[in-house]
Design a protein around this ligand. Structure first.
Ligand code: ACO
Length: 428
């Protein structure tokens, strides 16, 4: 807390409010006593100017296109680190030593299997169910299977359930995929890395040996790293809000998955690839740019724009170069990549997008890579949920460990009828 104060006149009173400074980023005006002192609330739908918590995990400077995890720039982490190492960093605050990383990876590996009865749970879903629907259901159901780790007041329970969630998410995601294509579930293989194991559980079949392609494993691991955490976005805030009531961690993460599914959030990578397919060839781009600019048309360029980034999303830069690496490793080409590059070029030179500071976000290129690796579009958001689980549990843990934590309970501006007397049915 700094000595700075902000003053404000409201409800006929002038009050002073403390101003708090973080290590970097905008200061915040502490309005907690505003209602008590003035009888007024603040009004901020969508939380565009509201900080809901203190956090030491992730920092974003949207104007400069900066994303730091525990201070480390995402570009450096994507290039030099691994998803397991970044997971340790997010959970513990520091990069691990070799021994700490080996121990952490071993712990996660040892938790990848699911209770066998969960396999029968899948059979309750229609084969054509969206895998995100399955994820919501199965992750929520984990609390019914692992109730020995749901005492949220106990840090050991929190740690075990965090490890379980990170470890089991690839197994749950791969099983959701296998169920939709009618193939047998593939059990985890402890010899493989976190990401290699996920690829094997997804694409392996019992009839053949599955060889993990190192370049694909690396690209996939990098995609997980790029999605690991992103500050107080909609799904993370959902996890925190659900957790603020004391709900168990599995239920909270299921709530986060439900929020992530929406096309304005995690569903955008699926929507972006579908959009590129609809556009098809570069000659049709201008028509879609015109539609995106038309106020009377609900169409938006999917994978473009961001609540926080008003500059190039640093994750999109890494994604774009990863597309080329995956194409080279798999010896494939996808004309949609050319369409995407051209679309980006045309949009960025258009004053509409420049004035509104709309740039490609992480989802613009990720669908092209995931499709080249072999994932159907319905799995894209599932992969995002898998990777974001570590961010969700790190943020959830941070919140529960905060002694000042309170149940989240926003207020409202009421616009409904004022008090009126009940009218009996016979008189209506
Ligand atoms: N295409 C065309 N116009 C857009 C786009 C877009 N993708 N995004 C924003 N705009 C316009 C809006 O129409 C609005 O115009 P106006 O000021 O004339 O009304 C202006 O830019 C500001 O947009 P808002 O919706 O107010 O910005 P907000 O911060 O609320 O929304 C969001 C951000 C939801 C991401 C938005 O940019 C969008 O819908 N993008 C497409 C979906 C997408 O890619 N989502 C992924 C986000 S990243 C993630 O979740 C991992």
């Amino acid at each position: 807390m700094s000595d700075n104060k902000a003053s404000m006149t409201a409800g006929g009173k002038t009050i002073e409010m403390p101003v708090s400074s973080g290590t970097i980023g905008p200061d915040v005006i502490d309005i907690r006593k505003l209602y008590a002192q003035t009888g007024m609330f603040t009004y901020d739908p969508g939380f565009t100017s509201t900080a809901s918590c203190d956090s030491a995990i992730t920092y974003i400077d949207g104007d400069e296109g900066v994303l730091l995890h525990r201070g480390y720039p995402i570009g450096q982490l994507a290039e030099h680190s691994s998803f397991m190492e970044v997971s340790y960093l997010l959970l513990n605050g520091e990069l691990p030593s070799s021994q700490e990383l080996a121990d952490f990876s071993r712990t996660i590996t040892r938790h990848t299997m699911l209770h066998e009865q969960l396999a029968t749970f899948y059979r309750g879903f229609r084969r054509d169910a969206h895998p995100m629907a399955i994820m919501c259901g199965v992750v929520g159901a984990l609390s019914a299977f692992y109730h020995d780790s749901t005492d949220i007041a106990d840090p050991t329970h929190r740690k075990i359930s965090s490890h379980r969630l990170i470890a089991k998410m690839p197994t749950i995601a791969a099983m959701a995929y296998k169920y939709s294509v009618g193939q047998p579930f593939v059990y985890p293989d402890n010899k493989l890395s976190y990401t290699g194991n996920f690829l094997k559980m997804t694409f392996g079949v019992p009839a053949e040996e599955y060889e993990v392609i190192p370049a694909v494993e690396k690209a996939m691991d990098r995609i997980f790293t790029l999605h690991a955490d992103h500050e107080q976005n909609a799904s993370t805030s959902t996890v925190r809000l659900a957790g603020s009531s004391g709900a168990n961690p599995f239920a909270c993460i299921a709530a986060g998955i439900a929020c992530l599914w929406g096309p304005a959030h995690g569903g955008a990578n699926e929507a972006a690839l579908n959009m590129l397919k609809e556009i098809g060839t570069p000659d049709r781009i201008q028509h879609y740019i015109d539609r995106a600019k038309d106020k009377n048309d609900p169409f938006r360029l999917m994978g473009f724009g961001h609540r926080v980034y008003k500059n190039y999303d640093p994750r999109a830069t890494v994604m774009q170069s990863t597309v080329r690496e995956v194409f080279a490793a798999l010896n494939v080409q996808d004309p949609l990549f050319e369409t995407a590059l051209r679309l980006e070029e045309i949009a960025l030179s258009d004053p509409y997008f420049a004035e509104k500071k709309l740039f490609p976000n992480v989802d613009f290129y990720s669908g092209i890579i995931l499709s080249a690796i072999g994932f159907p579009t319905t799995m894209f958001t599932v992969l995002f949920a898998l990777a974001r689980t570590v961010g969700w549990v790190a943020q959830w843990n941070e919140m529960i460990s905060d002694p000042g934590q309170k149940i989240g309970r926003p207020r409202q501006l009421y616009t409904g009828p004022t008090s009126r007397d009940y009218v009996p049915l016979s008189e209506r």
